[in-house]
Ligand binder design. Structure first.
Ligand code: ZN
Length: 131
């Protein structure tokens, strides 16, 4: 039986991080549909599950790998963004944060210094803000 499964899965993509997350999401939706009796959740969960199996049994390994890389990149960028927001929130008593009107670079200045002229460290443009 195990050998048969191994033979079947040869050359196929298998499970990865994206399919694991999608699996959890579809399980969550299935549970939700149980409690709410909403058929839409059930339907979406089934479609997701179908997509998970399609990805696992797919022979187009390159394409599935790229999809997973895209997903991992997105997850990484979200984690970095969340980290930066946490850091900014922790410094809110001592610093003020502005966006450069020219290049959108985030600029941190000390709080409570009155009206100050800020020079963007990236594009060197100057703008006045109340700190
Ligand atoms: Zn700038």
């Amino acid at each position: 039986m195990k050998q048969k499964l191994q033979h079947f899965m040869a050359g196929r993509y298998g499970a990865d991080q994206l399919s694991r997350v999608l699996m959890f999401v579809s399980l969550g939706l299935l549970l939700l549909s149980l409690f709410t009796r909403w058929h839409l959740f059930y339907l979406v969960a089934l479609v997701l599950l179908g997509y998970v199996y399609f990805r696992m049994f797919s022979r187009n390994v390159q394409k599935r790998y790229q999809e997973n890389q895209k997903f991992l990149n997105l997850r990484y960028r979200l984690a970095v963004k969340k980290d930066a927001q946490k850091k900014q929130w922790a410094q809110r008593d001592t610093y003020r944060f502005f966006k450069c009107p020219n290049c959108k670079q985030k600029v941190r200045v000390p709080k409570g210094k009155g009206k100050i002229c800020i020079t963007c460290p990236k594009c060197r443009i100057e703008f006045v803000r109340k700190s």
